[in-house]
Write a protein that binds this ligand. Structure first.
Ligand code: BTN
Length: 281
């Protein structure tokens, strides 16, 4: 049956949606999987090929082994948006110290995209009541203080000129169906708004904002630096930073130009480019 005679399923990508992604976004090549272990794994595998076209988008209706930072897994249910974008960067390698800048920039683009989706159909006079979208350093997006999106930046080990961004956004997958430990810390667009969104619309919006910011030079633009700081969820909060071998605790004083988290401890300011943050209530 022709696509447009089928009832619309907001959680699925039709052939027409895929063609629209090719037409309206910066993606040169895309793959859609019904079910896959992890879109990041697949993109890493594709990066081993010699003649790939970039930016490459790997998209899945369902992931069986979605990966998060470190050894974390990524929970997603039907209605979640899970995808990876692989870019070919210029010939200079991207050192690990620059990864926070990349995830913050991706997170910033996701914030802008979610904000514009939240505003759809909302009358002008109610726009100032929209839920707040913020960046939780270094790679999460928070909606009203709860995680709505996780970002996993990777560089293929033997293809250093490739940059992989894996993005998971809770859209129509209500957190009410999630394991208990996730329910306490996460949210979904449908939970926050009471509305459902077409995954294809959310993806187009995110990719449009991503392409506005992901030029290697623009990682450093004053606008994006100011944007990270303005959206920083942790600023002014009491936090603990797990640095692997030890912990550091203090008050978060924002994000510096390198993308490092600033933590004030006993009147001294430390800048951290890595670590796992917990907010101390
Ligand atoms: C995190 O919060 O620790 C990062 C989560 C990243 C999840 C996304 S979903 C699409 C892509 N494929 C994966 O296996 N992980 C990322």
């Amino acid at each position: 049956m022709h696509d447009n005679l089928q009832p619309t399923n907001l959680n699925r990508f039709s052939e027409a949606d895929l063609r629209r992604l090719e037409r309206e976004t910066f993606v040169s090549r895309l793959e859609l999987h019904e079910s896959i272990d992890s879109t990041n794994n697949r993109a890493l595998q594709l990066a081993q090929g010699q003649h790939e076209e970039y930016p490459l988008l790997v998209l899945a209706h369902s992931q069986t082994a979605g990966r998060g930072r470190g050894t974390n897994t990524w929970w997603s249910d039907s209605g979640a948006l899970t995808f990876s974008v692989m870019l070919a960067t210029d010939s200079t390698e991207l050192p690990m110290s620059r990864w926070p800048q990349v995830s913050l920039t991706v997170g910033y683009a996701v914030c802008e995209a979610l904000e514009s989706l939240l505003a759809w159909g909302v009358p002008n006079e109610s726009l100032h009541h929209l839920p707040t979208v913020q960046l939780k350093w270094p790679n999460d997006v928070y909606l009203e203080g709860k995680k709505i999106c996780g970002i996993l930046v990777e560089v293929p080990r033997d293809r250093q000129q490739r940059l992989l961004m894996g993005i998971g956004i809770n859209v129509n997958n209500s957190i009410a169906q999630a394991p208990e430990e996730i329910q306490a810390i996460a949210t979904a667009l449908c939970d926050a708004t009471g509305r459902k969104f077409a995954l294809s619309e959310v993806l187009v919006e995110v990719l449009k904002h991503l392409s506005n910011h992901l030029d290697a030079n623009q990682l450093w633009s004053p606008a994006i630096l100011e944007g990270w700081r303005r959206r920083c969820f942790l600023t002014g909060r009491s936090i603990q930073l797990d640095l692997g071998t030890h912990h550091s605790a203090g008050i978060c004083r924002g994000i510096n130009d390198e993308g490092a988290l600033l933590v004030e401890q006993n009147g001294k300011l430390e800048a951290h480019l890595a670590g796992v943050v917990t907010v101390v209530e």
